[in-house]
Design a protein around this ligand. Sequence first.
Ligand code: ANZ
Length: 835
Amino acid sequence: MNQYNPSQIEAKWQNYWQKHKIFAAEFPSDKPKYYTLCMFPYPSGSGLHVGHPLSYTAIDILARYKRMKGFNVLNPMGWDAFGLPTERAALREGRHPATITTENVANFKHQLLKLGFSFDWDREISTSSVDYYRWTQWIFLKLHEKGLAYLAEVPVNWCPAQGTVLANEEVVDGKYVETGEPVERRMMKQWMLKITAYAERLLHDLDDLDWPAGVMEMQRQWIGRSEGAEVSFAIAGTEKHFIVYTTRPDTLFGATYCVLAPEHPLVESITSEEKKEEVLRYVEAAKNRSDLDRQASKEKTGVWTGSYAINPVNNERIPIWVADYVLSGYGTGAIMAVPAHDERDHAFAKTFSLPIIPVISTPEGHNIQEEAYTGDGTAINSGSFNDMDVHTFKRAIIEWLEEQKLGTGKVNYKLRDWLFSRQRYWGEPFPVVHTEDGNVHALPESALPISLPHIDAFKPTADGQPPLARAEEWLHTTWNGQKAVRETNTMPQWAGSCWYYLRYMDPNNNLAAFSPEAVSYWKDVDIYIGGVEHAVLHLLYARFWHKVLYDCGLVPTKEPFRKLFNQGMILAYSYRDSVGKYYHPSDVEKRDNQFFVQGTDTEVFSQVEKMSKSKKNTVDPLDIVKEYGTDTLRMYEMFMGPLEQVKPWQSSGCKGIRNFLQKVWRLFVDSSGQAKDFSTANRAVRKALHVAIQEADQGFSVMKFNTPISKMMEFINTVKGTTPDKKTSEIFIKILSPYAPHIAEEIWSLWGYNNTLAYEPWPIFDPSALIEDEIQIVIQVQGKLRARINVAATASKEEILEIAKNHENISNRLEGKTIIKEIFVPKKLINFVVR
Ligand code: ANZ
């Protein structure tokens, strides 16, 4: 075997690792733990593309490094296997979601095994397996026990074509993002989780996390804490009043009208006879608009109710309007409008010619009739509060409102409770029954698991019941002797991923979700890597469940993921003709710097885009493995650029890495496939080696993997084709091993080692190796050359003088004399002038 032959080497080592369970995490263990985690994949029908291994490779390299550093590493993999896309595929293909899931998982696993990741496959989990989801149901019971799960009639996004409700994030412009099918608003009885009870902690505990600033900011925005006041407005000529929420109580004197949300309970009773028809029509129309839509819309619409409110600070009568830019689900569903200082109110006031009165001083030249002023300033037109700065004013007016019993200070959150049920089949059944008397009962733990029954029709029933209503036998049960039916909604896909990192700690436990011993050893995830698209939902939901489990005394840490890293997306070149049709890159040729469909005159244009089947630009990692080998694929993914950067894939870029690995091979392996003889130590080579160790060490602390690879390349160039000494060679193979583990294991074994190098101690960086080669210094006495000395290039003046004075040719000339001058020319010369 004189050639570097990755396909042979790689299969051999992958089998070896599997067979000997080399990467099984120890438990119990005396070693310190390190828990690395990639966001587990959704096993879709299209398999992995070269974007997936990016984060897996980075985590794998880190996991391998930590093992060599003496940690007991937990590096697991599993499947986020429930969910709507599989159910849709099942409908399309006329097959069962369970069958499709099994097939897709097998395909994903086959691909992952070929990529040489050091996962502990004995800990593999799947959220759709009953051994897993019985514990998801168990956690639901905990939530229910704590009053954090409840049924409520809520407005939902109902997609008639899919026959299910959708999450807010799944609806854009009134359409289901996956299919473009229309979505309407409906009131439905749904399971809700009270995530709002954790709003303050979810916000506060962000401060202790080592997460990307952008992700934390997105969570802060999503939680949306604001401080302000609730203020009571009387309705003129009645005994009634309503309460508004405002973050700017300091602008109360500038309120020139009020607005109720169309859904506000007072709308009907305060609307005057003449206005009734118009108002009702408006309220009806608003029903079909989503909150997002209502907020985003620049055009302001609304209707006057015919009634007036009394502004509590100046007793002015101001009109009460109904408008859909005020949402019923936020604050109190009613506002005081201050057009001078709020952009939305300003736009509305302009549309309906309502007065705009400034109450905060504006900068020179600002025309308040043309544009709202939202900045700071001092109070004007505000009675006895005039001249106060806004911050003092805010505190003072809240105090005054509280004294007058007209209002109170108030903190609000944008965060809403989590709509936790779906009218779908392929999800976790709720451990809940409904008895004939209309009561709802959470089942006891002993009733778990509630298995998902096998049914073949996944569309909701004709009367709008979820598909599980068809599972007659499963559906009917009893509760304390009473007839009962099971809950037919299922949990959303987010449920399974809320706690999977805990199950990996103790995946085969069938008496508990995880043992207290396992969780007290593994604690939390040391580093979690995944796409930034999960910045809010998954990461917020998982944090919420973790905190509930913490409150139940079931986990020892307040937060699940100590450090988070977002890898950048890998894009790919796609080719499209002038009418928008995509072509596979292999069907495209380049002529005169232009691209054409092979053998035709149809010009195509190249673009860098997200990889997708429809754009024909996905690259299968196994194709790269076939052509170049897994080690090359792994290293190229890391060498493309900083891990967090978005970058385009170029298969041809693998050639450089492949050449590098070929050089490594030839350096250590002779033409008969035997390890070459080592040579003697060389200072320059040792320096290049330690530069590479240093760069690798620093890289691991910040997830930087491209520059360490270039230092390894520099090492190979410095070596210039002669095998270094034994120690240097072994250290080099060790630092290469996390990146290109197969070739490293092979060379290691050619050196006669029988064991994997996965647990060999990681080399220790030696800063002295970086010291430049020595320099020569000329020493004179009375201007005459008397000696030459070699010193380290970094030696100080004092050190050099010391060495010079002790040199035998010098010391005898200085003896009995007095040095009157020491002439020192750095890096060159010393001249002692004596008397
Ligand atoms: C008067 C005012 C004057 C306001 C001003 C702002 C600026 P955040 O920060 O998002 O909490 N608001 C209150 N409830 C609302 C609802 N249900 N739908 C739409 N808007 C609502 O914003 C709170 C501000 O948004 C509140 O403060 C209120 O307008 C509006 F110069 O009150 B403000």
